[in-house]
Each structure stands twice: as C-alpha cells, then as structure tokens.
Design a protein around this ligand. Structure first.
Ligand code: ADP
Ligand code: MG
Length: 624
C-alpha cells in the first residue's frame, strides 16, 4: 500500500453532533455496529449485482460475492471486507463525511427527546456506518469502486473526532475493507464465538455468505468458515421456516426492533410469477405522518435487489405494510418510471391489496387484542381506504372499528358486524354522528331520542370521519344515516308519533307561527319535534344539505362554501318552551327565541359567529 497526498477533511456539523453522541453515550447493545456494517456490505454487493446487469465488466472476473471477517488479536483489530460496488474518493467524502438523509435532523431531535430509545432509533434512521465509533478508537476504510484501476483506491481514516483523512492508495480487489481498531474496553469483540453469535442473531438472512477466518489448531492453518445461511428466506418453502425466523427476518428487513403483528408469505405461479412477503408492524414508523415519508416494499427481480420503498405495489391507505416482492416477470433494468404504468405492476398491486386486507381480516379473527393494537396505530390510515379503493370497499368497511353510545368508551373497538347484529328489531339503518371530539359526540342532543329508545349510534370524531362516511353507503344492506340530518325513517322506529298539526293546541300553533316570522330566512324551517327529551331545541341539516362537520372540513381546507341553512326544531314538552309560549311582550319573546337559536348553534357547531351578543343577551335575561 503506497500512501500519497494525505488530505484532511472535517465532518459536516450534523455528523460531528452524531459522532459525539455515539462516542460519549453508554450503549447497552454495542454489538449493533456489526449488524450495520454487514448490512452495508450486503447493500454494496446488491448494488454491484444490479449495476453489472448493464455493465458486466464491473465484476472484474470475480463474480463470487462474499463478505469476510477476520480478527487480529495482536493488533486488536476487526476487519470486515466485501467485494461489492466499493466507493470512489468522492463517494467516501459524500457518504462517510456527511449525512445525506433529510431525516437526520429529526433523528437528532428525537434522540434528545427519547434518550432511552437510542438504539432503536439508530436503526430506524439509518445512521448505520457511524455506529462503528461506539466500539472503535480508530477506523480505516480501504475501498475501490468496481471497474476502476487498482491505483484508484482510497483510504479513509478517522478517529471520529471532527476530522477524517483521505489518501490515494492502490487496492487490488474491488470493494470495501473496514478495519476497526477496537477501544480497550471492547476487546470482547476479538472473540470468534462472539462475532459468530452476533452475526447469526442479526444477519442470518443476508443473502451473501458471511465468512469468518478461523484457525485450525491441529493443522496449524487458517480457514474460512461460513456463519450465516445465506439463502433468501422468502425463496424457501413456507413449511421450512419457523415463526422465529420470520420475525428475525422482519427485523433485518425493516430495522424495526418490535416484532410484527402478523405476516403473509405467498408464492404465485402461473401467468405471473412472484413471491411476496408482507408484514404488519406493531408500531408506526416515526415519520408515517410525514407526507414525504418513504414507504413501500423492497423490490427484487429474480432474487436481485432492485429498489427500496417501491410504492407502486400497494395503495396509499395500506402504506403501513412492510415487506418485499420478488418478481420473475419484470425486467431487471426496470426504473421507477417504468414501474408506474406497467400492467405487471398493476396486477401485482391488485393481488397484494387483497392479500393485505385478508391478512388484516385474519388478525381481527385471531386476536382482538392484536387487532386493537393495529387499529390504534394505523386505523386513521385505513380510514382513507373507502375513498381510495371502491373495488375493495366492503372488505375495508368490515375492518373498520368504531365507538358508540353502548360501547361507552372512547376506544374504537366495535365492528359494523357487531353493530348490525345488535340492531333493534325494527331498525333498518346504521346511525352515526360526527363531531369534533368524542365528548362532544357523546353529549350531542341529537342522541336523546336514540338513548331513550335504546338504539345504538356510532360516535365519530376523527377528522377524517366525515369524509370517510361520504364513501360508506351501506353495510350488509343497511344504509348509513347521520342523525344530525333530517330522516323520516325514524318515525316508525320510535314510540313517539310525529306531532300532527291538528293535535296541537292553539297556543302552540300560534307560537310556531310567531317564531317562523321572527327568524325569517335565518333558518330553513321551524318545526316542533318529538326527538328531544332534555334539550329545548336543536338544529338539523336537511337531508340534501351539507353537514356541519363537512362544512368545517371544507373551510379548514380553505374552500368557500355557501352558508348552511338548518331546520330549527323545538321541543314543545320542554319547560322553558312552555314558559316562553306564555310571554306576551314582543321584545322579550324575541330575545328568548334568539337565545335559544344561538344555544342550538353552539351545540351544533361548537362555536358562534357573535359570542358576545349571546352572552349579553343571556345575562340580560338572567337578570329578569
Ligand atoms: P445507509 O446504509 O442507510 O445508507 P450508512 O450510514 O450505513 O447508511 O452508510 C452510508 C453510506 O456509505 C451508504 O449508503 C453507502 O453509500 C456507503 N457505504 C457504507 N458502507 C459501504 C460499503 N461497505 N461499500 C460501499 N459503500 C458503503
Ligand atoms: Mg447502512
């Protein structure tokens, strides 16, 4: 190795910050550095395989891919090498001197917040390479990009403290060789058995062989011993894979430290051939709500890794599903653009969507507890389904969970199947109400009639609910009905008969007329109601009008909407109404009616156009 022109560089400030954290914190499982390095080596080999599809010369007459680990006890070094794609000098500067990923800033922030979750986060955010400074006091990275001349190698060296050096070197073999000079306290990692244990714990499913240099005492010779199975798990027969292997593979695939809730492994043969392995995580990724969140499956073509986060194989509302797809029909040189409108992709997407929904259904049947975990993490995302995927509407509807009057908790655990099976004999519709919060839905005056008649009502209060309900038309032949809307079908359900005009007292008829005159076109209509028990009056949307919650959604999105006109319903049995009926003073009467209307607005919308007017009017009347 001939050293020339050593250059000194400083790390990007984020890297410095990160290295500081790495070096000065106490890790419980330091061993993850090995997982990260093996994973990088394996990625580098995957990249070479992929690149050499179009330029086979990159192989340089050596196409047997391998990762090698050797230990030098005398020098206290651990050496990890691969014959993957390698790096150019510029690559080492870009990849090992900066953090290119935009997520790193948020990583550092989350680290501050959740110090105890450090290891978990390191994996999730992919700051893998730098983790070697947890155990090393100095590091050499010798590397050469595949297909370049031996003299074009690079030596990158650093002790992780602000600077690194780069030197041009000659390296015969392509790929990367990383030498870790272990810290004094970390000399455990010089034990072969220990390294073997760690590799089989984290890296058994790496598809390239990982070999360790061992010493044969008898013959006094060194030999290479393969530690991992080096077989792509998904290509194996389902029956030969244990639960534990599936779980380990999931962790390897996703860097998620939690076990998956369930998985589905399938091999499809016939006109289209592919293998899919889908997992349902237990916890949402830290950035799942970020619009730029990278989700999607890992794509392989005939066992060759092609790309990460391929979003084309699952609809958006299933973006929490992780896993991989290995197709035998797609061309190896496929690009994201070509994937976009490819009939093979579309067909696979269709069947993976069905499989994912099936997987969720199975989970819901097997374990309420697990399904509830899933629903709490990802329910809001699944609720996008009815709008996005009309083809699978009934399957998605079946998977939704709600809370209701009878459920009596804000936890969404009730399925529509259960709701329907507990329906009142004469009940034909599924009743629901949408509101800003669970408390507000639960206490809505619209519920009074239903409570009295022992009819259950779904209480919806997630922001997306109103929008979702637009796409839910029916379930098992039962139509959905918002109870804040006019609904004539209620008549036959309840004991209360609709109040007929000819049964009304003269006073009431008069009263109604007076109110109508007074309110004019402030409301769509004024009626007496049999719906209420404890509340004097309520506002109802007409059956063809937009609901209050929908209007809120629109205006939150900055869209202008025509003013909503409500039906004002008055409860003639309420004491307050009976009292107001008797008021002769026109001005006082008007004040009372306007107060009642504002009360109804407040209950319906949660706010008033002019709250001050409402308060001063109320105070005036209270003083009387
Ligand atoms: P990630 O693997 O998530 O990209 P890392 O911090 O583990 O992040 O690695 C940073 C980058 O350094 C990699 O993306 C890759 O470009 C480069 N790199 C690391 N190790 C190797 C290697 N053995 N061979 C080639 N490139 C490597
Ligand atoms: Mg990595």
């Amino acid at each position: 190795m001939k050293k020339q022109n050593k250059e000194v560089y400083t790390f990007q400030s984020e890297v410095k910050q990160l290295l500081h954290l790495m070096i000065h914190s106490l890790y419980s499982n330091k061993e993850i550095f090995l997982r990260e390095l093996i994973s990088n080596a394996s990625d580098a080999i995957d990249k070479l395989r992929f690149e050499s599809i179009s330029s086979p010369r990159l192989y340089e007459d050596d196409s047997t891919m391998k990762i090698q680990i050797s230990i030098n006890k005398a020098q206290k070094t651990l050496i990890i090498s691969d014959n993957g794609i390698g790096m150019t000098k510029q690559d080492t500067i870009d990849n090992l001197g900066t953090i290119a990923k935009s997520g790193t800033k948020s990583f550092l922030q989350s680290l501050e917040k959740e110090k105890n979750k450090k290891n978990e986060l390191i994996g999730e955010f992919g700051v893998g390479f730098y983790s070697l400074f947890i155990v090393s006091e100095k590091v050499y990275v010798r590397t050469r990009y595949a297909g370049t001349k031996p003299e074009e190698g690079t030596l990158w060296e650093s002790s992780g403290e602000g600077e690194y050096n780069i030197t041009n070197i000659t390296k015969k073999t392509r790929g990367t060789e990383i030498t870790l000079f272990l810290k004094k306290k970390e000399e455990d990692f010089l034990e072969i058995w220990k390294i073997k244990n760690i590799i089989s714990k984290y890296s058994d499913h790496i598809t390239v062989p990982v070999n360790i240099q061992n010493y044969d005492e008898k013959n006094k010779t060194y030999f290479w011993e393969q530690i991992n199975k080096a077989k792509a798990l998904w290509t194996l027969n389902k029956s030969s894979i244990t639960e534990d292997e599936y779980k380990k593979f999931y962790k390897h695939l996703t860097n998620d430290q939690h076990e998956p809730l369930i998985w589905s492994h399938n091999r499809v043969e016939g006109t289209q051939e592919y293998i899919s392995l889908l997992y349902l995580p237990k916890k949402a990724a830290w950035d799942i709500w970020n619009r730029e969140n990278k989700h999607g499956l890992k794509l392989y073509v005939k066992r060759v890794f092609i790309m990460d986060n391929s979003q084309k194989f699952l609809p958006n509302y299933l973006r929490f599903i992780r896993g991989l797809i290995d197709s035998s029909d797609l061309p190896l040189n496929i690009s994201r653009e070509i994937l976009q409108d490819n009939s093979i992709t579309n067909n696979i997407k269709k069947s993976l969507t069905k499989r994912s929904l099936k997987m969720l259904e199975t989970l819901s049947k097997n374990s309420n507890k697990k399904y509830h975990t899933f629903w709490n993490q990802f329910g809001l995302i699944l609720k996008e389904g009815p709008a996005e995927d009309s083809e699978n509407l009934s399957k998605i509807t079946n998977l939704l969970r709600f809370t209701s009057i009878k459920n009596n908790s804000s936890e969404q655990t009730l399925s529509l199947k259960e709701y329907v099976s507990n329906m009142n004999e004469k009940q034909e519709k599924i009743y629901y109400i949408t509101a800003d919060s669970y408390i507000s839905a639960k206490n809505s005056p619209h519920l009074e009639l239903f409570k009295k008649n022992n009819i259950d009502v779904l209480l919806l209060s997630d922001r997306i609910d109103e929008w979702m309900m637009n796409y839910l038309v029916e379930f098992e032949g039962k139509k959905f009905q918002s109870i804040s809307k006019e609904d004539t079908s209620l008549n036959q359900l309840t004991e209360e008969k609709k109040i007929k005009n000819n049964e009304l007292s003269k006073e009431m008829i008069n009263f109604l007329k007076k109110v109508k005159n007074l309110l004019g076109n402030k409301v769509k209509d004024v009626r007496l109601t049999y719906r209420l028990t404890e509340t004097p009056c309520v506002l109802l949307s007409d059956s063809n009008e937009m609901t209050t919650q929908m209007a809120k959604l629109f205006s939150a999105a900055g869209q202008s909407i025509p003013e909503l006109k409500y039906i004002f319903e008055i409860n003639p049995k309420h004491l307050l109404i009976k009292k107001i009926c008797l008021i002769n003073n026109e001005i006082e009467f008007e004040e009372w009616i306007k107060l009642l209307l504002d009360q109804a607005f407040l209950a319906e919308k949660g706010n008033l156009e002019n709250p001050h007017k409402f308060i001063s009017r109320m105070n005036k009347l209270l003083l009387k």
